[in-house]
Design a protein around this ligand. Structure first.
Ligand SMILES: NC(=O)c1ccc[n+]([C@@H]2O[C@H](COP(=O)([O-])OP(=O)(O)OC[C@H]3O[C@@H](n4cnc5c(N)ncnc54)[C@H](OP(=O)(O)O)[C@@H]3O)[C@@H](O)[C@H]2O)c1
Length: 330
């Protein structure tokens, strides 16, 4: 039976999520990949226990994680809560989401009240929980009225099935509207979860400023561009890596020759700073004061350790930031 490290809170840094009572670790762990069928339960436990031992208290899930066996990540996480981590439930901050295609027919996708309510119930069952800490709408729905989607989130809080709510993948304008509705409903938005990494900087065009103004936290996913902004692919595509697995998007999205030229130059700069490329990529996302936490994935405890070490060197000089911009512009 797992016993958490006694010194687990000694080194991790925590930051307040917007204007709320919640502090999140600067590095959080997502279970999108590696927690379905890719790894044994023992391998998954090794990653989760290492994370918690290093003070990572926040674990992010969604109804569909674990694809192609959608729901499997929540199921596995539930099993690990039941066997080991559950006794630390009050120290854990667990999120889940709904918004992508999950079950057949018209009620298993997007943002209707019908879908969100039923999906959260099924997530709670898979994880063996009475309530999650955060429930997110996973992506904006262009057709369902925002009042209905946000109303469902607010009612979920009132039902006691989530303590807080959040939104993910909303652009600045629609995020502003969603945040206003949640505020009027007296269930303020705790977090926005956008994609943000050196290759994808759309959040800098208004979203971060909005979140800061509204007092909403920001947790950035895929800060390592799914592994592209690490040393993982410098020598090609290694066996067992995400890009080597069928049905993944890292190759088509990030591993063009043009990007790899940038990755090599960034790697050189990271070495000059005395850190790994992964550490520099995380520090770069965390340089923005609006960012509460980086939401990483990891396929081994060693990767987690490498990534958390980023917190030892977060500062950039103006010259370094300019060099990064120059490299990224190509
Ligand atoms: N809201 C949304 O729509 C949305 C979408 C995507 C993700 N997310 C959330 O964000 C989380 C993280 O996403 P992500 O997995 O794309 O994040 P990421 O941190 O950009 O990529 C993680 C992958 O990078 C590689 N890696 C990590 N650390 C490394 C290191 N130190 N050295 C070398 N390689 C390293 C590993 O790939 P290998 O497996 O190849 O080792 C790992 O699986 C997800 O689990 C999920 O919770 C949310």
């Amino acid at each position: 039976m797992y016993e958490a490290a006694e010194n687990r809170y000694d080194t991790m840094e925590y930051k307040r999520s917007g204007r709320s009572g919640i502090m999140l670790p600067r590095v959080s762990l997502g279970l999108w990949q590696n927690f379905g069928l890719e790894k044994t339960l023992e391998e998954q436990k090794a990653i989760l226990f290492k994370a918690f031992d290093m003070g990572i208290t926040h674990f992010d899930l969604a109804n569909n994680y674990g694809a192609p066996a959608r729901g499997k990540a929540e199921e596995n996480f539930g099993a690990i809560l039941a066997s080991d981590l559950g006794k630390y439930r009050d120290e854990l901050f667990i999120s889940t989401k709904a918004g992508f295609d999950f079950w057949p027919g018209p009620y298993g996708n997007w943002g209707s009240r019908k879908y969100l309510m039923a999906s959260l119930d099924s997530s709670l069952k898979r994880m063996g929980l009475d309530c999650v800490d955060v429930f997110y709408h996973h992506r904006p729905d262009p057709e369902t009225p925002l009042e209905e989607t946000m109303g469902a989130l607010s009612d979920i809080v009132r039902q006691g099935k989530a303590l807080y709510v959040g939104i993910s993948n909303y652009q600045a304008e629609e995020a502003g509207k969603a945040i206003a509705i949640l505020k009027a409903n007296k269930t303020p938005c705790l977090l926005h979860q956008p994609r943000y990494n050196m290759f994808e900087r759309w959040v800098e065009d208004g979203l971060l400023e909005l979140l800061d103004r509204e007092g909403v936290g920001c947790i950035c996913y895929s800060p390592l561009a799914q592994g592209a902004l690490t040393g993982r692919y410098l020598e090609g595509i290694p066996e067992g890596s995400r890009a080597s697995r069928e049905g993944t998007t890292v190759g088509s999205r990030y591993l063009s020759e043009e990007n790899m030229t940038k990755v090599r130059a960034l790697n050189q700069l990271a070495q000059e700073r005395g850190q790994s490329l992964a550490q520099m990529a995380l520090a770069w996302v965390l340089r923005r004061p609006e960012v509460t936490s980086v939401l990483i994935g990891a396929s081994s405890p060693a990767q987690l350790e490498d990534n958390v070490t980023a917190l030892k060197h977060l500062d950039f000089t103006q010259e370094e930031l300019q060099s990064i911009d120059r490299i990224l512009k190509g």
